[in-house]
Design a protein around this ligand. Sequence first.
Ligand code: MG
Length: 164
Amino acid sequence: MLKKLIPRLQVNTIYDIDLEALRKQGYRGIITDLDNTLVGAKAPLATPELTAWLKRVGEAGFQVVIVSNNERNRVSRFAEPLSIPFIYRAKKPTSAAFRRALRMMNLSAKETVVIGDQMLTDVLGGNRLGLYTILVLPISRADEGFFTKVNRRLEKAALTLMKR
Ligand SMILES: [Mg+2]
């Protein structure tokens, strides 16, 4: 269980991800978290920097689906202006939403990466299905909700256990 919390790759931000390298390794799809991965949890819309990055992602030949545990309104308001498909109330780390995202892209687990800022939802869920998992640092810790704060404490405890 603890091993499943470890991401395949750890970077500071999505902008540090080497898209070309992923492409060469055969990856074609990106399942990405929204809050604190793409923008801060309280930021309603994409930043110009993010919009430019998403454009590059598309040009590099990747499909993208946003998979978020957040509510419909938050996710749709963010994703619809970008014309990116999304799944809300995803109940990560359970598998259903990840599988659905793979079906939406018509890709297999082996062709898809998961990007997120939480080990207990994004990384655990992705690893369980054999997706390539990338952990980013959370964009803004200040805006996090109660459950995310609890998850952070559990992440810390898991890391401490793993270091033993
Ligand atoms: Mg998040």
